[in-house]
Design a protein around this ligand. Sequence first.
Ligand code: AMP
Length: 119
Amino acid sequence: MPYDSNNIFAKILRGEIPCKKIYEDEFALAFHDIHPQAPVHILVIPKGPYISKDDFIATASDEEIAGYERGIGKVLQASGLMSEGYRLISNNGVNGGQEVPHYHVHILGGRELGPMLKQ
Ligand code: AMP
């Protein structure tokens, strides 16, 4: 399946629709999720056109992968979540429940998040 350049995060990256930006560098963009599931709910996306985690790690350059991971680190550092803890989630494909086909990580925190999966 090819990358769909009309997905909503691609539009955010092109500046065609707004986002509540938290952090941006050459490799990563972080913004608040429009439907927060916790007091803190941040999305971090790589700048390149990658569909999923497996696509990203198979096809992105080492520089992009390192840059994206460091970007997540900077967002975490700035979030104030470190002392009380947080959760990272990445939904991939149909069984993962992925809605937006541009690879992203959710950062969730600000309350006890309960079990990892819905029971
Ligand atoms: P996923 O199921 O992992 O693909 O999650 C996609 C996430 O993107 C959901 O949590 C949505 O609330 C969020 N989302 C969708 N559109 C926007 C938008 N325009 N700005 C911010 N977050 C969005």
